[in-house]
Design a protein around this ligand. Structure first.
Ligand SMILES: [Zn+2]
Length: 416
């Protein structure tokens, strides 16, 4: 059950409470709704209270990041709040690409030929591509938002896909793969990275891959990492007891012997996030992707971003959670455009100069409730408002006068 975040009258975090308890407090007038997303109540009279340690656990993903608040109760660790944060990396990439193309076209129309300048822009150390920087900033925003709404005492983050140190040993000393062991999960993640998440033989992607012995076990092949590759079920069956070379793939045999370069295991965004998290001053636990999977399989949980987050690190080995828990779905939307006028596909202005996105105390993107008492659209709408030809705003495809609107949640760069 998703707990309700609670702050006291001085806006200090208290222990998140059960929704039924929150309703009691709200009905009795002892509390008021502070924010709808994430649902937070503020107590009107109380200041201070008992808290238990709460960890924020983060599983950063390329499209979606899992977030989980795990409380350390006497009865054990339990997920009390979870969210899945969808990033907008591709949107940013597309927007920058279209801006670049329009500028290039404009330059070609207006400027006679000058040779291209290149390599004259310095990138500061630690520079991240704008799409990746937005991932980082999204996660940081939510760390900060949660940090003062719950008694957070530690952070956990999945930092790398697999244990690099262990895999170096694996290449040199010959660590063996063991099904079901933590080490086995680390090896599996390593192989996924090494073989590019596809079948080493036919190159098929997005199918279940099996760990496969390049020299089969029946022919004296070992469980060592240098004798392992990934194959789809069909290729694995077809290969049977042949070696990779006999199966017509001597390249696989050669590639298996080359150790994976360090850079492949290092993800710049995740490291940048780790360095940011350290700024909170809270202890930051780090985990590997192999460990997350090991913890999740060990406890028999299905795959979901928020569950992965709960399973991050050593502390994720024993975490109770409810399968019926519904996480908060958060989507990064950005706040508004900086463009003054929308261009057509050639880069010429297509619309009038933009009007202010604020009017009558509302802002484009605010979540509002409209109660229209009479007339053709005499209904109740809930949605995000668009400031348009005043005084009539767009809401779910209708035009609504602001006098019928009540703000539920101010636009904050995310939709829920
Ligand atoms: Zn295959």
């Amino acid at each position: 059950m998703q707990r309700v975040l609670v702050i006291d009258k001085n806006k200090k975090a208290l222990m998140p409470c059960h929704p039924a308890r929150a309703k009691e407090l709200l009905d009795a007038g002892k509390a008021a709704v502070f924010r709808r997303f994430p649902f937070t109540i503020i107590l009107k009279e109380r200041a201070g209270g008992d808290t238990q340690p709460v960890a924020l656990k983060i599983d950063p993903g390329s499209k979606t990041t899992g977030l989980a608040l795990v409380a350390d109760f006497k009865s054990g660790k339990r997920v009390i709040w979870a969210a899945e944060l969808t990033h907008r990396g591709q949107v940013i990439r597309d927007a920058l690409l279209s801006r670049r193309q329009q500028r290039r076209f404009r330059r070609q129309r207006h400027t006679r030929y000058r040779p291209a300048r290149f390599l004259n822009r310095a990138k500061p150390k630690g520079w991240l591509a704008p799409s990746l920087k937005s991932h980082l900033d999204n996660i940081w925003t939510w760390v900060v938002r949660l940090a003062w709404r719950c008694p957070m005492t530690s952070l956990s983050q999945e930092l790398v896909r697999f244990d690099t140190q262990l895999m170096q040993d694996a290449e040199i000393l010959g660590v063996e793969y063991q099904q079901g062991e933590l080490q086995g999960y680390e090896v599996r993640e390593y192989l996924l990275e090494k073989w590019g998440r596809k079948c080493a033989y036919c190159g098929i992607e997005n199918v279940p891959l099996e760990i496969e012995h390049i020299i089969p076990r029946t022919r004296g092949g070992s469980h060592r990492v240098t004798n392992l590759s990934l194959a789809c079920h069909d290729c694995n069956q077809k290969k049977g007891t042949q070696t990779a070379a006999e199966f017509g793939h001597p390249d696989v045999q050669a590639k298996a012997k080359q150790p994976l370069k360090d850079s492949a295991a290092v993800n710049a965004t995740r490291w940048a996030l780790f360095n940011r998290l350290k700024l909170t001053g809270l202890p930051v636990e780090i985990g590997t992707g192999g460990r997350t999977k090991f913890n999740r399989f060990g406890q028999g949980y299905p795959k979901a971003h928020w569950i992965d987050a709960a399973c991050v690190g050593e502390s994720g080995g024993a975490v109770k959670l409810s399968m019926t828990h519904v996480p908060l779905l958060i989507k990064a939307t950005g706040r508004q455009r900086r463009l003054m006028r929308l261009p057509d596909k050639h880069g010429f202005p297509r619309t009038q100069a933009k009007i202010s996105s604020r009017a009558y105390g509302f802002k484009t993107g605010d979540m509002v409730k409209a109660i229209v008492p009479a007339g053709k659209y005499a209904v109740t709408h809930v949605g995000r408002v668009a400031i348009r030809n005043r005084p009539s705003f767009g809401l779910n495809g209708f035009d609504v006068h602001p006098k019928f609107l009540k703000t539920l949640h101010h636009s904050d760069g995310y939709s829920y």
